[in-house]
Design a protein around this ligand. Structure first.
Ligand SMILES: Nc1ncnc2c1ncn2[C@@H]1O[C@H](COP(=O)(O)OP(=O)(O)OP(=O)(O)O)[C@@H](O)[C@H]1O
Ligand SMILES: [Mg+2]
Length: 164
């Protein structure tokens, strides 16, 4: 039984995240999608809202025999991974710019906890430029984001923007 942790902000979950989860399901029996509680970031959605959205969209995802769980965590990722008895941390790599930061994190995490492997996965090209930050920015300026986030997420963003 292979268990992975897929950590991130998921503020909100995008089709890029879902692409990585779907691919991860080919490698792992269980993936814990772990929302990082980061007091230093000013998020669009609360942790609770992000959990709800993830739950909603994961229910429609093609995940075969792979079990998908949504949790949130604070503090050291590797410590959380050990607590949850995970084998690996899954991260998505979009471009060289991701690689530099991700390599640094992966090597630091390996030093902290050699039992946990980091697995990098590449998304479909169509999602290789999609980030939560950019989607929020474009949407906030009135741009079209269809196909970049699930419909349910876009609807929630619309409600947020309209002040509710
Ligand atoms: N479109 C994507 N394709 C592949 N990996 C992705 C994509 N979007 C995010 N990821 C990966 O998912 C993990 C969690 O990312 P994170 O929650 O920071 O999402 P993000 O879209 O980068 O959000 P933000 O813009 O707020 O940084 C990271 O490993 C990130 O590289
Ligand atoms: Mg990011």
């Amino acid at each position: 039984m292979r268990r992975a942790i897929y950590p991130g902000s998921f503020d909100p979950v995008t089709n890029g995240h879902l692409d990585i989860i779907e691919r991860g399901c080919k490698l792992f029996d269980e993936i814990i999608i772990a929302i990082l509680v980061n007091p230093n970031k000013q998020p669009m959605f609360t942790i609770e809202e992000r959990r709800e959205m993830l739950g909603e969209v994961l229910a429609t995802l093609e995940h075969g025999q792979c079990r998908l769980l949504v949790e949130d965590f604070q503090g050291l990722l590797v410590q959380y991974a050990i607590e949850r008895e995970a084998d690996a941390i899954v991260r998505g790599i979009r471009a060289i710019s991701d690689y530099e930061y991700e390599l640094q994190m992966a090597l630091m995490n390996r030093r902290l906890e050699p039992r946990i492997e980091t697995v990098f996965m590449m998304p479909a090209e169509a999602y290789s430029y999609v980030s939560s930050r950019l989607v929020k920015e474009v949407f906030g300026l009135g741009g079209e984001i269809e196909g970049l986030v699930p419909k349910a997420v876009e609807a929630r963003m619309r409600r947020k923007l309209d002040g509710n």
